[in-house]
Design a protein. Structure first.
Lengths: 334, 288
């Protein structure tokens, strides 16, 4: 282990420990908010897997919804325990993504964006339409998980307990994604994003790897959905609408998607920023719009880039990348 | 019978309004290669301006219509000059910026008129045309006729004038056009004004019929994207044909069945077109 990796590990451990202390220093409200941040970080990090292959998707939020609905139904109708619902949520979201990937991965760029929107919105409208999924009001009264260790019971209905549970799940998922990105598959994804045709010419079946990224990202989104279902106790179709898909995209762009750490940090910062705008609920979209325009005009690689140039403390800095990174590849004019 | 006639008139009106909106979207994609997500918000601004001038200022409907077209055209020019021009080499950046503009315009409308505003615009053509036992609302007929006139004028503009030739040349090959001395910047501004003005006109036409609210652009832009994908992105003729086909289909399904079912069917059609004929009805081959 080089000294740089050691520093990374120490940094990661410290941040996890600091995050775990949150319930100690703050009240229930901010602890629940911490849970929301953890879920959002998981969403952004998994979304980044798709972005790594050079695509932007509108379907990610609905795949999170698939996980949430799966958990809600498994708990309410079948009384499944928490670990099983996590597995089921991830599996259902991955399954749905696999099915969707067959038509969607025939498209690229803008076409993929619109195709993923059409598929996702159709699924969401079906949730609203079918009584089994609770219609427009969704499913509510999802009981919190609890653990019974022969006398010692932990009730995860308590915000602090559930926060620790979510944090543990999210950290495990982040670790898996981090390993994946460092492994061969991560390099292949980057190769596909930068030079699709070249990657194919050296024998990389790019559609297979794009599908892998889409499905793996969906599995993590499914887990985020399961956590969401428990955290709020309700699942409604409106939670997974176009607005949230847009916000996910905006946050990825504003935060930047270049580095693994950047997206985690960006998620935390933007969630706190979002919360601080709560006093001006109605003006919030406009503020995001202005930020988005400003970022695109003056800092197209996201705020993490700004942070990197201000102080080179964030690891993973490479200077050889042009403005292409993090922007959608599009079919050329023919 | 009356219901069938009503549905037919509504379908024709929806086709007309959708065509006006999606023509602009197709035009901008053709000339500038930008997918303008804020296009539905220009429609919304058109409706708001019409309301403001005709109801709040107390002038009549037609000054409102003219102001709506002028103000949206100005907004379009502003978007081109202040935003798109600076990101000419990065069409994806432009796409993201249009999402930003969408949010800003929506918020501006909320700030201007409130979230749940019920802004009423009086039609200049109240009442109905009676043919036997059938009743045809005058304003709906006006929307259909006005849209057809606008589309004919646009066809004349694009086919018969030097400006139209220049626009089509830029759409075909921007580099070659600029080598022939056509100013891309000037054509882009004019095309953007034309496109935004058409959306504003559509908003003004529909203002007396639909509920004027900050989020009225959202279903419109979704429909418009479905339509231009069906018609072939960048093709104006395709956009018109697809508008008529899609709006008629949508109006009939939502009248006789359910509007959610109609939306789901529309999204599935778009998905089908993307999968099986990505060039749409009239689009040029764009390899995916």
């Amino acid at each position: 282990m080089t000294s740089r990796q050691t520093w990374h590990a120490i940094g990661a451990m410290t941040s996890i420990a600091a995050a775990a202390l949150l319930p100690v220093v703050s009240g229930d409200y901010y602890t629940s908010f911490g849970t929301e941040i953890a879920i959002m970080v998981l969403m952004l990090s998994s979304y980044r897997l798709i972005v790594l292959t050079g695509e932007w998707s509108f379907a990610h939020v609905v795949l999170q919804g698939v996980g949430a609905y799966t958990a809600a139904i498994a708990v309410k109708d079948f009384d499944w325990p928490f670990p099983l619902t996590i597995a089921a949520g991830a599996a259902m979201a991955a399954l749905m993504a696999t099915i969707l990937s067959f038509p969607l991965l025939r498209m690229k760029g803008f076409y993929f964006l619109m195709g993923s929107f059409a598929a996702a919105e159709a699924i969401r409208l079906l949730w609203r339409k079918i009584p089994f999924f609770g219609g427009t009001r969704g499913l509510s009264n999802i009981p919190a998980p609890y653990l019974d260790l022969g006398g010692l019971t932990i009730d995860f209905g308590h915000p602090a307990n559930f926060f620790h549970l979510s944090l543990a799940v999210v950290v495990c998922c982040l670790f898996l994604m981090w390993r994946m990105e460092r492994a061969r598959i991560g390099h292949i994804w980057r190769a596909i994003q930068q030079q699709d045709i070249l990657a194919q010419s050296v024998g990389i079946e790019s559609r297979t790897y794009r599908r892998l990224a889409f499905v793996i990202a969906a599995a993590f989104a499914g887990i985020a959905g399961v956590l969401l279902a428990y955290a709020f106790g309700t699942v409604t179709p409106n939670r997974f609408g176009l607005n949230f898909a847009l916000y996910l995209m905006i946050w990825s762009i504003v935060g930047g998607t270049r580095t693994f750490y950047g997206v985690v940090l960006g998620g935390v910062v933007l969630m706190i920023f979002d919360e601080s705008l709560r006093f001006a609920e109605e003006l919030r979209p406009g503020v995001y719009g202005l930020i988005l325009i400003g970022v695109m005009l003056f800092c197209p690689q996201g705020l993490e880039r700004l942070l990197q140039s201000m102080a080179r403390v964030l690891p993973g800095t490479r200077s050889d990348e042009s403005g292409e990174r993090g922007t959608l590849s599009r079919p050329g004019k023919s | 019978m009356q219901m069938l006639i009503d549905t037919l008139v509504n379908a024709a009106m929806a086709s007309a309004a959708t065509a006006l909106v999606s023509i602009g979207l197709a035009l901008i994609f053709g000339v500038m290669r930008i997918e303008n997500f804020a296009h539905g918000e220009l429609y919304m601004v058109g409706a708001y301006v019409t309301w403001y001038v005709s109801s709040a200022l107390g002038l009549t409907y037609f000054p409102g219509l003219v102001c709506a077209v002028l103000i949206t055209a100005l907004l379009g020019a502003l978007m081109e000059v202040a935003l798109f021009r600076r990101l000419r080499s990065n069409p994806v950046g432009c796409l993201i910026i249009t999402v930003g503009v969408l949010l800003v315009l929506q918020t501006a409308a909320v700030w201007f008129g409130g979230v749940n505003s019920t802004l009423l615009v009086d039609t200049p053509f109240p009442g109905v045309l009676r043919i036997g036992t059938l009743a045809l609302p005058w304003h709906r007929l006006f929307v259909i006729v006005a849209a057809i006139i606008l589309m004919l004028a646009l066809t004349w503009l694009l086919r018969r004038t030097a400006f139209g030739w220049a626009v089509r040349a830029v759409a075909q090959d921007a580099e070659a056009a600029s080598l022939q001395g056509i100013s891309i910047g000037r054509i882009s501004i004019l095309a953007m004004m034309l496109s935004a003005g058409l959306a504003g006109a559509a908003g003004a036409f529909m203002a007396p019929i639909v509920r004027v609210n900050p989020f009225m652009g959202q279903p419109v832009i979704i429909t418009a994207f479905i339509v231009i994908i069906m018609g072939g992105i960048g093709s104006i003729e395709g956009a018109i044909i697809a508008s008529v086909l899609y709006s008629t289909f949508f109006t009939f399904v939502s009248t006789y069945l359910d509007s959610t079912v109609a939306t789901i069917a529309g999204l599935c059609i778009m998905l089908g077109v993307l999968i099986f004929m990505p060039n749409g009805l009239m689009g040029k081959a764009e390899k995916v």
